[in-house]
Design a protein around this ligand. Structure first.
Ligand SMILES: NC(=O)c1ccc[n+]([C@@H]2O[C@H](COP(=O)([O-])OP(=O)(O)OC[C@H]3O[C@@H](n4cnc5c(N)ncnc54)[C@H](OP(=O)(O)O)[C@@H]3O)[C@@H](O)[C@H]2O)c1
Length: 302
């Protein structure tokens, strides 16, 4: 189907953490890039700049057909809601009807029999993609390094962790985007049926605080908070509009980190050098890049 034609790649989530960087990575690549947005004003602006951009709302399957017409490869990214299940199911069905030949999906870093809800949703989506008959590539990033400069920014010279001394593996979202770009350009001939694992380095809260101290020159300590304090944090997220199903899954995440069922989160499994032919970004490099934001937040009194 794709022979002798320049493939068209559809990018979902183009305004998000990974998606923005993916659009940047795709610039100049030998494919047609089609960006989608659920905001009409964004679509209008990008079209007026000469970009191939279509309106697509994952919660409205009636918007899928026009966006998918003529598309060969899809980058499937959903946000932080349980809605990802219906969104992905309906999008995969539409992709099948549109004759898409490759789906590249952003999932999670999990054992196959995970019992964490959010991780299980992603695995069900992966199985649904596989059952569609469309060639697939599954990306498995561990925790984004960006968590250290957003939700878990140090405050009052303190980095807070909710999973005691357990370690978590990290990956820079820019590396996820670089891998996605490589896979979307290489296409199904090169990447069909592959799982790419992205967990570059694994650290406990204390070790992160130590790295933050080295990078900033400040003395940043690590505070271990418990599940009850995490539940308060989640209540706060929900009051600010977070999806309550996804938020509850986060409580389960902390529980399972503490009781050992999610100890696989501490694994290092780094496929990036194999795919990109270069090392992945380290946590220290990421913290160096964000040194000023870390200092500003850590020294700000609340
Ligand atoms: N954070 C982590 O540590 C981590 C680890 C492993 C896996 N993941 C996975 O990574 C994914 C999220 O990636 P991200 O952080 O790059 O996402 P993000 O920054 O939250 O961006 C989400 C993107 O999806 C778009 N979107 C949301 N709802 C939509 C809808 N109904 N229709 C069309 N577009 C919609 C958003 O568009 P708007 O601009 O219109 O909102 C935005 O572009 C999730 O599946 C998550 O499970 C995250």
């Amino acid at each position: 189907m794709e022979k002798n034609q320049i493939p068209t790649v559809l990018i979902l989530g183009a305004s998000g953490t990974i998606g923005k960087q993916l659009v940047y990575e795709m610039d100049g690549k030998p494919v047609n890039v089609r960006i989608t947005s659920r905001k009409q004003e964004v679509v209008d602006r990008l079209c007026s700049e000469g970009k191939d951009c279509k309106f697509l709302d994952l919660d409205d399957p009636q918007t899928f057909a026009l966006a998918l017409a003529g598309v060969n490869r899809v980058f499937l990214l959903t946000g932080y809601t349980v809605g990802m299940l219906t969104q992905s199911k309906t999008l995969v069905d539409a992709a099948k009807k549109a004759g898409v030949s490759h789906i590249v999906h952003v999932g999670v870093f999990a054992e196959w029999d995970t019992t964490d809800a959010h991780f299980a949703w992603h695995q069900m989506i992966e199985k649904y993609i596989e059952a569609s008959g469309i060639a697939w590539t599954h990306l498995h990033p561990n925790m984004f390094m960006e968590a250290l400069t957003t939700a878990y920014l140090p405050k009052n010279l303190t980095f807070t962790t909710y999973w005691e001394d357990r370690r978590v593996g990290y990956i820079a979202s820019s590396d996820i985007a670089a891998v996605a770009a490589d896979v979307l350009v290489g296409g199904p001939e090169r990447h069909a049926g592959e799982h790419y694992w992205m967990s570059v380095e694994s650290y406990s809260g204390k070790e992160i605080a130590q790295l933050m101290s080295e990078v900033t020159g400040l003395e940043i300590k690590c505070e271990e908070k418990g599940i009850e304090e995490f539940k308060q944090l989640i209540e706060d997220w929900i009051s600010k509009g977070a999806d309550s199903w996804y938020a509850s899954a986060n409580i389960e995440f902390v529980k399972q980190m503490l009781d050992g069922r999610m100890s696989y989160m501490s694994m290092v499994q780094n496929d990036i050098p194999y795919i990109l032919g270069r090392p992945a970004k380290t946590v220290k490099e990421f913290l160096e890049e964000n040194k000023h934001a870390l200092i500003a937040s850590a020294t700000q009194n609340e």
